[in-house]
Design a protein around this ligand. Sequence first.
Ligand code: G6P
Length: 487
Amino acid sequence: QTQLRGDQVIVVSNREPYIHDRTPTGITVRRPASGLVTAVEPVMRACSGTWIAHGGGTADRENVDAQDRVAVPPGHPDYQLRRIWLTEEEERGYYYGFANEGLWPLCHVAHVRPVFRESDWLQYQAVNQRFADAVVQEARGEDPVVLVQDYHFALLPAMIRARLPRATILTFWHIPWPNPESFSICPWRREILQGMLGSTILGFHTRFHCKNFMETVDRLLEARIEPEHATITYGGAESLIESYPISIEWPTPQTVASWAPVPQCREAVLQRLQLPPQTRLGVGVDRFDYTKGILERFHAVERLLEKYPEWRGRFVFVQVAAPTRSDLEEYQSFQDRIQRVTQRINRRFGQPGYEPVMLLATHHEHEAVNELFRASDFCAVTSLHDGMNLVCKEFVAARDDERGVLILSRFAGAARELREALIVNPYHVEETADAMHRALLMPEPEQRERMASLRTTVQEHNVYRWAGLMLADAGRLRLRDRIQARV
Ligand code: G6P
């Protein structure tokens, strides 16, 4: 980061890090459930700058200056947040439509059909243009460092490049990139790739996603691809295609000192959920999204109780599912289906005063989730496909007692780093059920050994390292461009 000292940093993402809502008692501030926000926010606090995002809260507008900016975090501001206000039509086409009914299922390959509508595509283009205008307005010089986040902004890099040719544009794609065959069903596949290739650096979580991207470009554009240098040259400009595994901010000793001891967390959680003191707990924490494998996870809980009856009456699985994108039919029907499966399993294995699956379908703040992590015997992250997944890293960070077991999908990017987890194929219900049984029986020394090793990995490969590696590459390329400009 030292190589960028003095340079202006602008971040662009759809989701804002602080949502201000109006309630009868005044304005409240909420942190959204988003892996992207979890990762990028600490980086912004460290390097200040400006974050441009869609304003979604009911009181967001009440809180800004004449330029629509607000200083955040509330109470001890470190950087500027600039909100972009979208019309309902723009939000429907760009966010719900093209981004979340088109690109999201297209890239996740979770067996939900992508929907591509001409009208959504028009809004997607228009909104990307509006964010490009905002970046140009915010730029103080000719060559800011712009961090473009995620699939909402595939067209933005080339739009910025056209107006600020000397900008250093770092685009990070937070979701998987599929193989060329899967991607090619997108009617605007070339435009998407051309937009992304406006980036100086294009980052993915894993090498596998980089490889898929390079193969896709190879198939669809006339570009020069040099896998040995990890570069693509298109239209005379070169982009570096690199993997940067994203992570979390490792908790400071002061934060850890503020946490209640694990036995106290257990007691508090069990009491709140009205469960007997000896209950064994499994936990899942996700956005209520069809890619997260919640259905398959519940089937595994059902199989666990069927195959290992000793857990009936003694084990409870608590699922926090933060509602998300609920305007979309696909999400509503998924959420209804999960409710029905929960009721069915609870009818089948429940007894008076005992329900094996507890579905808490509301947003939970970080502190509540942390307490739940500390109270549980295992955490199940069984995504059908996930760019990285940060819930598993947060679970590991929460367990300073070196206890608790992580069950992790092999289809989450995190499985490539967190090798001491119990790695499962979420589509294989039997395997996941057996992993849950094994987690509940795992001797303490094995738990410690696995958790200690996981903790070292996450602590070292934290989010500052993610940003540091990317910004160091950006610094190197900026220097190279400046030297070349002199000759
Ligand atoms: C994923 C995406 C993020 C997004 C988050 C929450 O992590 O990669 O860009 O912010 O989901 O989804 P939402 O639609 O609520 O912002």
